[in-house]
Design a binder for this molecule. Sequence first.
Ligand code: NAD
Length: 486
Amino acid sequence: MPVTPDLTQPKPMLIGGEWVRTTDATFESINPATGALNFRICAADDSLVDHAVGSAWAAVRNPVWRDQLPHQRAAMLRRIADGIDASAEKMARLQMLENGKVWAECKAQVASASATFRYFAAVCETVSGEVTPSRGNYLSMTKYEPYGVVAAITPWNSPMTMEAQKVAPALAAGNAVILKPSEVTSSTALELGRIALEAGLAPGILNVLTGLGTTVGKRLVEHPGVRMVSFTGGTATGRVIAHIAAEKLIPVALELGGKSPHVVFADADQEAAIDGVIGGIFEGSGQSCVAGSRLYVQKSIAQSFVEKLVSRASRLRIALPDSQGAQMGPIATFAHRSRIEAMVDSARAEGCEVLLGGHRPDHESLAAGAYYLPTILAGLKPDARVVREEIFGPVLCVLEFEDEDDLVQQANDSVYGLAAGIWTADYKRAWRVASRLEAGTVWINTYKQLSISSSFGGFKESGIGREKGVSGLRLYQQAKSIYFGM
Ligand code: NAD
């Protein structure tokens, strides 16, 4: 279904089941593929944050929601999943307009969002509490209860996936949610709000507050009525949120940045490894938290492997995101492209070799958008800025290693620990190295394979807590132990 932007009216936000407009406070959504204005969106102020928290508490205490049994909440989640599927074309197009991801990836992310709601519906009605071993004449049990009102704050790179990953388990756990999407990608969250309302979710159980992170997001985290925060975004923002949560003594789940090592041993299937490395860094124009942005190649094959890699990557099709066969679209914002350019300039200043890209595409059809070519850098020192800091763009840093010990030392020499990839024919070595790498996810002879039933999260400064899997539901619950005297 084509989405015709309505530029006459700013998009309202969803609070307490009502669509709420602000008159003067709005912000713009810009299409990064063309530079055109998509929409204007209403920005919440402090009073609307208060209103959303108040509405959420009223809704979560209302017996209509509070007394729902797990199988009834599960049925609601399945209805939301059906609604997402019914709006798949529209949701995918909205995401494409806002963050410029290619059409096939946008479609896949809608499918992943509805599957996430179905998965947590299944978890919700099958996971049980515990009857615990008694140490006397009593029956003791542990049950799991919602926190009440949860804030979910999401980034722009994969908004539908992240929003489903937070909203579905938080609702399954019995909470009310205030969702604050990135100001770059507000539209899919607003659609999710509409779908949930139409599916019959009680008003106020899912609120969508739009606006800037530094104002609305911060105020939401600080709000005394918010009992838990689930955040996905940059490490610097995560640290600010963790400080506020520490003051309030509330739990936080933080999914943060990464600088993931992607390792190729000399005995690897090189053709498969090249595909894995290219997909790992250039899919989504590198705007993925798990992007394999540090490539470590064993010295004995480094030269020939990198030559083949550069040749294959140079054939990637960078194009308008809805054009046939596009493999890379634009960077999500013009400001973010400028940051990527500054990072590559810093590498040049540090004496790196640019093996591929390193600039914007020349093609006239892309001149108005925020495009940046797939870029491969070599000759880098381990302390170069591009090796240490997350770029979140299509920039791959090539490094070499001698043996397992050298590799593990270099790969772990990072403040991040989100993911890692290993290519080798030796499964014993794969297991040894996977066990030594400091990362929340390790892929062996594959990359970026993600399943909703496996837990996901970061070591070190890549985060706290684990989303997905059964642990993804427990994140939004607190344990209560009850004793019956016998
Ligand atoms: P960001 O940290 O700038 O923003 C994320 C969200 O936080 C947005 O909704 C923003 O409005 C809000 N925000 C900003 N400042 C805030 C504040 N002071 N208080 C409360 N909320 C605030 O991140 P981004 O640029 O949108 O996303 C890119 C980052 O997200 C990258 O670092 C990437 O690695 C990370 N990311 C991590 C994962 C993961 O699962 N680990 C997944 C996707 C993206």
